[in-house]
Design a protein around this ligand. Structure first.
Ligand SMILES: Nc1ncnc2c1ncn2[C@@H]1O[C@H](COP(=O)(O)OP(=O)(O)OP(=O)(O)O)[C@@H](O)[C@H]1O
Ligand SMILES: [Mg+2]
Length: 352
């Protein structure tokens, strides 16, 4: 666990970058620092590994003040990932990843074997090992940056806007990769971003900071969206707070109808306006309406119980039937969430 205990950073020119910050980043969780430019995110992060020293207060690592640990020793247990990866341009990818193991005096063979293992872990082709950073795309370089930070298996990972420089599609895949890795590795991660959507997606807890380095709110994403502490947080969260909150509402209790599904080539009950046609394997093919029984209309699916109400609603909006197709992990239709069922679930969600 990382503890900020009334931490203040005043730069020599008098700028108060962080003002009496107190919070905890629990072990094995992702804590996100989010806020507008200049609110002290980077400064806060760098005080953890002592790239910057606090002016007042202290930061503790599992109860031990970092001030008492010499920086090289401290940093051995802390991986650090920055925007645009910050790779060494003249070193091959494999040697970039093995940087810390080399510093720790690992046997070269062991360090390189570890690097190869990590290359795969972050979803890169082993063939990249012998390339130089400039021969990789921005997203690939960022993955190497993550691999490098993980090389010596540090318990703590600090990430400063690691995915900000890549396009939205690559960014989404990097975010998903991080969540997948974290599910395996259980690191204590402090992640800095100015993007509230990224914060909500990745954070177990989100600390919203305001300029002047003051903590505006610390909460899990769901609470943040439903109970912003003040106008600043509300504004920072943006407009579609209600819709976004649905991504934390489970579809487990969404009521499904199983009588609206018909096998390909057969007809169903005539009094239903829409029926879902499925193939022999039970996978959805499309909707048919009473008016045009030969025309397959588009459908949207969500994985029942796994995906959120936001996904279910999205699935419903993709189809002229207004119904969402519930599927299992294999893509087989398990039922249909009608407008009435979605309505009920939304009303329940609005009640809290
Ligand atoms: N070395 C320095 N000397 C004086 N002021 C500094 C120094 N470094 C940062 N600052 C100031 O401290 C404040 C916080 O800076 P910091 O880099 O922590 O912000 P940030 O939240 O990371 O911003 P961004 O989102 O733009 O990266 C800013 O007002 C910045 O100008
Ligand atoms: Mg910064």
């Amino acid at each position: 666990m990382i503890t900020f205990d009334a931490v203040t950073k005043r730069y020599p020119d008098g700028t108060v970058a962080v003002d009496s910050l107190s919070l905890e980043a629990p072990t094995g969780e992702i804590t996100v620092f989010v806020g507008p430019s200049g609110c002290g995110k980077t400064t806060s992060l760098r005080m953890i590994n002592r790239m910057i020293d606090a002016t007042e207060g202290q930061i503790l690592l599992d109860g031990v003040p970092v001030q008492g640990i010499d920086p090289p020793t401290l940093r051995r247990g802390i991986g650090y990932v920055i925007q645009q990866a910050g790779l060494f341009p003249h070193r091959k990818i494999i040697d970039n990843i093995a940087t810390v193991p080399y510093l720790l005096g690992w046997d070269r063979k062991k360090a390189r074997a570890r690097a190869m293992e990590l290359l795969e872990r972050v979803g890169l082709d082993p063939a990249f090992a012998g390339r130089y950073p400039f021969q990789l795309s921005g997203g690939q370089q960022q993955r190497v940056g993550v691999a490098r930070a993980l090389a010596a298996d540090p318990p703590v990972l600090l990430m400063d806007e690691p995915f900000s420089a890549v396009d939205p599609v690559v960014r989404t895949s990097l975010q998903e990769e991080l969540l997948r890795l974290q599910a395996e590795l259980n690191k204590t991660i402090v992640f800095v971003t100015h993007d509230i959507d990224e914060a909500i997606k990745l954070g177990d807890r989100v600390a919203v900071l305001r300029v002047g380095g003051k903590l505006a709110q610390l909460a899990d994403p769901k609470t943040l969206l439903s109970e912003p502490a003040d106008d600043f947080v509300r504004e920072f969260l943006g407009h579609d707070r209600g819709i976004r909150r649905l991504q934390f509402v489970s579809t487990e209790r969404l009521r499904l109808r199983t009588d609206l599904t018909v096998p390909e080539g057969s007809t169903g009950p005539a009094d239903e306006p829409w029926l879902l046609v499925v193939n022999g394997a039970g996978r959805p093919l499309g909707w048919i309406s009473g008016a045009r029984p030969d025309e397959l209309e588009p459908y949207g699916t969500y994985v029942h119980g796994r995906d959120s109400m936001r996904s279910a609603l999205d699935a419903a909006l993709l189809s002229p039937s207004g119904c969402a197709v519930a599927v299992d992990e294999d893509g087989k239709a398990v039922g249909v969430a009608t407008r009435e069922a979605l309505d009920e679930a939304l009303a329940e969600a609005a009640d809290g």
